[in-house]
Design a protein around this ligand. Structure first.
Ligand code: 5RP
Length: 235
């Protein structure tokens, strides 16, 4: 399994704790990444023990894993309610005094467009993270999914906004990463983002941007996995 920093034990604790929230009959959004994978595996085990749930995957990766562990799948347009979303993050604002408390950068796995759609639709959105993801403010580069034809125009607009965009390269393929939606990803450095809400609004207004990885006012809680337990932040 691909991991993106943090210890596996901490990620496992966070994922397994979040999976305990799933109740019989729930529709659950299944996020993407190495931490959420532990939640998906735990939900799969519970399904094996008789729990009845339906999962909505947010990526090819989470769909494959859900199928592997036996979680019945459905689609966003086939359900009336999404009860719970469980998803990882690349960075989480952990300063309770900050107006951005609980804001996230997501998209390390380039799945943030579907993740935002499904996480935002859920009655409750729980982030699963290890302590390396916590920060006083968002400073990670922001993944921005763009239509292929738009990448150079959007890159110019991002530079005008003070950003430093880089087209994300694929690791075992020549050329760029292509998302599950057939688009490209610009990773844009903005330095310290003190007002993610304002930046999110500006990014959303750029023609050619499909979705960006700033998740503001969406998470209801973060479960922080530690070596020996889980800390819960409710927002
Ligand atoms: O946003 C994501 C994918 O688009 C992931 O949730 C995020 O990158 C965290 O991944 P991990 O749990 O492997 O650190």
């Amino acid at each position: 399994m691909k991991t993106a920093g943090g210890t596996d034990a901490a990620k496992r604790r966070a994922g397994e704790r979040a999976a305990e929230e799933v109740e019989d009959g729930d529709v659950v959004a299944l996020g993407t990444g190495s931490t959420t994978a532990y939640a998906i595996e735990a939900i799969g085990e519970a399904v094996g023990d008789g729990l009845e749930v339906q999962g909505i995957p947010t990526s090819f990766q989470s769909r494959q894993l859900a199928l592997e562990v036996g979680i019945p799948l459905t689609d966003l347009d086939a359900v009336e309610t999404v009860d719970l979303a469980i998803d990882g993050a690349d960075q989480v604002v952990d300063d309770a005094d900050s107006p951005a408390h609980g804001a996230l950068v997501k998209g390390g796995g380039a799945a943030h467009a579907r993740e935002k759609l499904v996480d935002a639709a859920a009655e409750r959105f729980v982030v699963v993270a290890d302590p390396t993801k916590l920060a006083d403010a968002l400073e990670r580069s922001v993944p921005i999914e763009v239509l292929p034809d738009a990448h150079s125009v959007v890159a110019d607009r991002l530079s005008e906004l003070g950003g430093d965009p880089t087209l994300r390269d694929a690791e075992r393929k020549d050329g760029p990463v292509v998302t599950d939606n057939g688009n490209l990803v610009l990773d844009c450095e903005f330095g310290r983002i003190d007002n993610p809400d304002a930046l999110a609004a500006r990014l959303s207004r750029l023609p050619g941007v499909v979705e960006h990885g700033l998740f503001v006012d969406l998470a209801d809680a973060t479960y922080v996995g530690l070596e020996d337990g889980v800390e819960v932040r409710e927002y």
